[in-house]
Design a protein around this ligand. Structure first.
Ligand SMILES: [Zn+2]
Length: 387
């Protein structure tokens, strides 16, 4: 029987995990997000359900990760450091040895996996795991604050069940770990929209990385020039993403929803407002009846939480109302005091910066239409680059 269940995974314990006081990755974003859902009445619908993440069965790590890497993750979990861990990315500044790290990662990955299985089994229509989205983790290498690639594991399990999976990554950083996992596989359509690797880690994700072998044309990168705003981003998204996903006809659509493409993010350099997130999420929702969304990056805790609240509302198709409006004489209070509304004011770049960002986006879109669209049976009506 079909269901319209909307599942949110949330755990206070996971939101309390700490990478170290000077580390930019703050799992506490999830708690701020959760508080916003309550404040804006976004979690009280009859078909919405909150589930607590349960640990991924350790044997499932092998769907993506190597045995030696898993052995070292277990040592890391016990707070032990050995010098050879550095060959696997563990113990660096970005990916420190922290006691309990594997337990944290298994909880996060367990939620993404369980969500994917619920979608595959027809027990949910929308799942959001704000604790997941570790798209940089490689099969044998921790990087970009990611140790266990919850997305690669869950998608691998789904394709073993014969499902067609599309993946759309709107984090500011290229989804390199997920790209690597399915680079030669046409059962997964991988699309990453991100700031160009010329100005941002992981220094790749260029438009000509289109997959290889069987997977040729099933890996799509849409890199944006630093500074890109809503108008340029959304035009490129519209030109490329809906046609490709529609042609691919996925059973399940994964979305990595990092909040770091927001213009206030301290690590990345895109200029998106919440409008891009809302517009993109609504468009993606209309393209597939089964959605598995995860968190990801996002280093402005409050903006990331706000973007995720809007993401959740868009996925569930609900409007927000402010449960406390007027109760305290219009004064803002609490941890979200910086946010007068979840939605940002419009923002546009101009002058030479706008010209450069637009020119680069047009070049990328034209390349994809020329090189990738025909593989999916799509026309190639190229847009000429404007003056
Ligand atoms: Zn990121």
């Amino acid at each position: 029987m079909e269901t319209n269940q909307h599942i949110l995974f949330y755990s206070d314990a996971l939101a309390s995990f700490n990478y170290g006081s000077n580390h930019p990755f703050k799992p506490a974003r999830a708690k701020v997000f959760y508080e916003l859902l309550n404040r804006y009445s976004l979690i009280f619908e009859e078909n919405q359900r909150i589930m607590v993440p349960q640990k991924l069965d350790e044997t499932l790590l092998r769907l993506f990760h190597t045995a030696e890497y898993i052995r070292l993750l277990k040592l890391c979990n016990a707070g032990e450091f050995t010098i050879n861990m550095l060959d696997f990315g563990i113990g660096s500044g970005d990916n420190p040895v922290v006691a309990g790290m594997l337990d944290f990662a298994l909880d996060a990955a367990g939620a993404t996996y369980e969500g994917a299985m619920m979608l595959a089994g027809g027990r949910a229509a929308v799942v959001f795991n704000p604790h997941g989205g570790f798209h940089h983790a490689r099969s044998d290498f921790a990087e970009g604050f990611c140790y266990v690639n919850d997305i690669a594991i869950a998608i691998t399990a789904l394709i073993h069940q014969g499902k067609r999976v599309a993946y759309c990554d709107i984090d500011a950083h290229h989804g390199n770990g997920v790209q690597e996992a399915f680079y030669e596989d046409r059962r997964v359509l991988t699309i990453s929209l991100h700031e160009s690797g010329e100005s941002l880690y992981p220094w790749g994700g260029f438009v000509d990385e289109t997959g290889s072998g069987d997977g040729k044309g099933f890996n799509v990168n849409i890199p944006f020039h630093a500074g890109t705003d809503d108008a340029i981003y959304l035009a490129a998204f519209d030109a490329v993403v809906p046609p490709l996903i529609s042609a691919f006809r996925p059973d399940i659509l994964f979305i990595e929803c990092g909040g770091d493409a927001h213009k206030d993010d301290p690590l990345a350099h895109l200029n998106l407002t919440s409008r891009s997130y809302e517009t993109v999420l609504k468009a993606l929702k209309s393209l597939c009846p089964r959605i598995m969304a995860t968190g990801g990056g996002g280093y402005d805790v409050h903006k990331t939480a706000a973007v995720w609240a809007l993401t959740w509302a868009a996925l569930c198709g609900i409007k927000m109302t402010d449960a406390f409006a007027g109760l305290v004489g219009g004064m803002m209070y609490g941890p979200e005091a910086r946010i007068s509304s979840l939605e940002d004011a419009p923002f546009r770049i101009s002058g030479p910066e706008e010209k450069q960002c637009r020119k680069e986006a047009d070049r990328v879109v034209d390349y994809i239409k020329k090189e990738i669209f025909p593989i999916h049976g799509l026309g190639t009506d190229l847009k000429s680059v404007p003056e």
